[in-house]
Design a protein around this ligand. Structure first.
Ligand SMILES: [Zn+2]
Length: 345
């Protein structure tokens, strides 16, 4: 029997316990494909799985990893659109394709969604099996590392800025944490849509990266009164849109940065899952708070097309072999990374 190597989480913890294991080759069901993993990005979601801080039932052992790019290795008996060798990226929010939301192209709202690398085995392995509908073809010129670095964070930002919220040319857009995966993509997307971009960053290196990606101004989020600086930059007016993915007190500070009629779009709550929102200023200033989750197929396709056109560049911290995956988890937890860490099985 052929086999493959995989990194499995065998016990939750901070850090958790991992094992490099030899597993049987995955077999595709009729509507599934097996992808040979060429690159898999590390995400904060992987840390939440490791420390068991997700609000869903978790089962171990589990192979983490949701930011997968590679080549089709084998197709199920009912798969017609894919051939072995095809270069693909995998959409990590696996959707059913049949519920009312999927039928109208809102796969991010699927009633039966499954998170790759959390609720089924993911990409920190030589091979991963996924539904054929969850793979997207890589455009010419987009390699596996670029695709893996953008498939989750880049398409999350694309969904926030082009589906959930809108950017008009000339708008002021504030990107929280512009050196993060979502932030680095959001800066580039907002600029391409004609916005003027301000980014927060907690270190000189992070702010310099945000500027290289297209932020016109950066503010030091280690300073308590950083929203005052955002208002100063915009002539006290405030910004039209805040791209937020941290939550907690930062979400409330985002509202301090908003112009009248402005919008906060948020996709994360790493810094706190509950806040107390002052409603008076929300309605008087006609602010909007919009939740965003995952991506639709159209968002992933747009992300890969923009990458092929050179409009969206990946920010890659490092490439590591499969056996060093647990060390990469530790570096991400210690916030020692600048850009995406990619595992290359
Ligand atoms: Zn669905």
């Amino acid at each position: 029997m052929a086999g493959m190597k995989a990194i499995q989480l065998v016990a939750h913890g901070t850090p958790g316990t991992f094992a490099l294991r030899e597993l049987p080759d995955p077999k595709p069901a009729p509507e599934e494909v097996v992808v040979q993993v060429l690159a898999c990005g590390l995400n904060r979601l992987d840390l939440w799985l490791e420390e068991a801080s997700l609000l869903i039932p978790l089962h171990l052992p589990r192979t983490p990893g949701g930011e997968v790019a590679g080549r089709i290795a084998e197709v199920g008996s009912a798969v017609r659109d894919w051939r072995p060798g095809d270069a693909v990226a995998v959409q990590s929010n696996l959707f059913c394709g049949a519920c009312e939301f999927c039928r109208r192209g809102e796969e991010s709202q699927c009633l039966h969604h499954v998170i790759l690398g959390v609720q089924r085995d993911g990409g920190f392995a030589e091979k991963v099996v996924v539904p054929a509908r969850a793979v997207a073809r890589l455009p010419a010129g987009v390699d596996a590392a670029t695709a893996a670095a953008l498939t989750l964070a880049g398409s999350t930002a694309m969904h926030m800025l082009t589906n959930r919220a809108a950017v008009r040319p000339g708008d002021w857009v504030l990107v929280i944490g512009g050196a993060s995966g979502v932030g680095s993509a959001a800066i580039q997307i907002a600029r391409q849509l004609g916005a003027r971009v301000i980014s927060t960053g907690s270190t000189e290196a992070k702010r310099a990266l945000a500027q290289r990606l297209g932020a016109e101004f950066t503010v030091d989020s280690a300073q308590v009164a950083w929203p005052v600086e955002v208002r100063r930059i915009t002539g006290k007016r405030g910004v039209d849109l805040v791209v937020e993915h941290v939550g907690g007190a930062v979400l409330l500070q985002a509202f301090e940065c908003l112009a009248r009629g402005g919008t906060v779009v948020t996709c994360g709550a790493t810094a706190g899952r509950e806040v107390s929102l002052p409603l008076w200023s929300l309605f008087v200033k006609q602010h909007r708070l919009i939740g965003s989750y995952g991506r639709n197929r159209a968002d992933l396709a747009a992300t890969l097309d923009w990458a092929a056109a050179g409009k969206l560049l990946p920010v890659i911290d490092s490439l590591v072999p499969l056996d060093l995956t647990p060390a990469a988890f530790a570096r991400l937890r210690a916030r020692q990374v600048l850009g995406k860490v990619l595992v290359r099985p």
